[in-house]
Design a protein around this ligand. Structure first.
Ligand code: NAP
Length: 517
């Protein structure tokens, strides 16, 4: 059995005792254990602030970008071994594993290129110099410099690689050292990734530290210059935001939480309708529906609901559930016993609220190539709620698995109102070729979302799926989704930097901040 250590103060260190067990969700066999008991998190944070912060601030954006590029290349070299770990400890298919692993290396590369573009500078300038008084000489300039603390990252179980490196890429490029903690249940992959970087000697002292297992008293040790970026459940996020030490020191917090992402079918051509069906399938099956961006609610015009139901049932009937490495399997198990329990409970709540199951057996599915009675398998389920106005739970409970609820709408105002009942989402995707409808939907839905995807006929063969978070576009959403923002190119770096308005002599400031040659 593997004992997972933490990488703190420049060394791999084991906690006391066995700690938590990590299992293979296909067989339920333990694959590793991880403990953080007795580890000195406080001194590791100080080490990061001191050594890691100094090392990064000494580098230009281009040099930090080169560091990220070296991480991406080293991880990519071990891609096959990382995929195997994802199958074993995450229950993902090879495709699902690649989505996570290539997402991580791709995001690192994106920020490496941005670093190269930003060049030899170490400070970001926000806008032009503004004249402040009658004299053209006295101006104000807004600049961003890296905070002097540690960027503490706490991640969810579902993206052990992407989750860790999409956050780290922004922080490192901004110039802040990272202290990262994966979701414990699937931490084997994140652990191996950090190990690859230490083996290749690619972590300048203190710039990336890794806590593998329970967070313990981590939040008690954060200070004014530190930041906390969290991804996970809404209730855990709420606890973090209201933690007394976080409040006391006004620690800057970014939260990425739950989301009841919706798809809206409008006046769609055949080609756009085909895109809609393809996206519904991907968002159901990819990572067994365990994506924060996966579609949970599908709204269609009321006169099309029977057709759409029939089409989706056909598609879902061909989804093969089973051992992730087995031939032809589209969907592996859920990641943990708790996820399986929550998915069953969630579906029960949706049906109590008025939705009915029109397809699927959920936990009663018979998986391919897996031992009977073992594993956290859950087959695709389609629910239908004919009265979205009264089915409260459908807009309130995120079933974190392969479950979607189909609902009818009769007007654009209706559907905007229904989608908004999700109380803030990461993404909503629209499938229409009608210009007026497009404008009304975009205007109505944008305030409730961090991202909108418009899949129309002209982009049918180039559109991404709604669940794909790209480094160049914002990831996050208002309200229930956590109220946070990550990625989005340079925008994602701003969280890690202090913006300061500097007022003074134009010639001094413009020269200092590289605003003139
Ligand atoms: P979770 O139970 O909230 O855990 C998330 C992280 O918080 C884990 O690393 C967990 O550590 C840690 N944690 C829990 N209690 C803590 C405490 N008291 N102090 C410090 N850290 C603590 O969520 P999850 O089950 O891993 O993830 C599923 C949820 O994440 C879903 O609701 C999904 O929607 C959401 N999610 C959102 C996004 C997004 O970008 N918006 C992305 C992915 C997932 P342990 O693992 O050690 O308990």
């Amino acid at each position: 059995m593997i004992t997972l250590k933490s990488y703190l103060n420049g060394q791999w260190q084991a906690g006391e005792g066995d700690g938590a067990s990590l299992v293979n969700p296909t067989t339920e066999e333990a694959v590793a254990h991880a403990s953080t008991k007795g580890l000195d998190v406080k001194s590791a944070l100080a080490f990061g602030r001191d050594k890691g912060g100094a090392a990064l601030r000494a580098m230009s954006f281009a040099e930090r970008g080169a560091l990220l590029k070296s991480w991406s290349a080293a991880l990519h070299e071990h891609r096959e071994a990382l995929i195997d770990i994802s199958l074993d400890n995450g229950g993902t298919t090879r495709k699902g594993a690649k989505f996570d692993i290539d997402g991580a290396t791709g995001t690192l590369m994106y920020y490496a290129s941005l670093g190269k573009k930003l060049g030899d500078k170490k400070i970001l300038v926000d806008g032009d110099a503004e004249q402040l008084t009658r004299s053209a000489r006295f101006v104000g300039v807004h600049v961003r410099q890296p905070r002097r603390g540690v960027a503490v990252h706490i991640n969810a179980f579902n993206f052990p690689m992407w989750g860790m490196f999409e956050k780290a890429a922004c922080a490192i490029l901004a110039g802040m050292p990272v202290f990262t903690k994966p979701g414990t249940s699937t931490a084997l992959l994140a652990h191996r990734a950090v190990e690859i970087l230490t083996e290749a000697n690619l972590i300048p002292e203190g710039t990336l530290q890794f806590l593998c297992g329970s967070a313990g008293d981590l939040l008690d040790h954060l200070g004014e210059q530190d930041v906390l970026a969290f991804t996970g459940g809404a209730s855990t996020g709420e606890m973090m935001r209201s933690h007394p030490n976080i409040i006391k020191h006004n620690v800057r917090v970014n939260i990425e939480a739950d989301s009841l992402n919706a798809m809206v079918l409008g006046d769609a051509s055949d080609e756009t309708f085909a895109t809609f069906l393809r996206h519904a399938e991907t968002e159901l099956t990819q990572k067994t529906g365990q994506k924060c961006t996966a579609t949970r609610r599908i709204f269609v015009p009321e006169d099309r609901i029977d057709d759409v139901e029939a089409e989706l049932k056909d598609i879902f009937a061909s989804v093969k559930v089973g051992a992730p490495g087995a031939e032809g399997v589209h969907m592996g198990p859920l990641a943990t016993a708790n996820q399986l329990r929550d998915a069953k409970d969630g579906v029960a709540k949706l049906t109590e609220s008025g939705a009915k199951v029109v397809f699927g057996e959920g936990a009663d599915v018979t998986p391919v190539d897996a031992e009977k009675g073992k594993g956290y398998f859950f087959g695709p389920m389609l629910l239908r709620a004919d009265d979205p106005a009264s089915a409260d739970a459908v807009h309130d409970i995120e079933v974190f698995g392969p479950v979607q609820t189909l609902m009818p709408y009769s007007s654009i105002d209706d559907v905007v109102g229904y989608v908004a009942r999700g109380k803030g989402g990461l993404v909503c995707s629209l499938y229409t070729d009608d210009k007026e409808e497009t404008a009304d939907l975009l205007l109505g839905l944008a305030p409730f979302h961090g991202r909108l995807l418009l899949a129309s006929e002209k982009v049918a063969d180039t559109t991404i799926t709604p669940g794909m978070a790209l480094p160049s576009c914002l990831h996050g959403g208002p309200g229930r989704a956590g109220g946070g923002e990550e990625l989005g190119g340079e925008r994602g770096m701003h969280f890690y930097m202090q913006r300061t308005a500097v007022q003074g002599d134009r010639s001094v400031l413009e020269r200092l901040y590289g605003m003139r040659d």
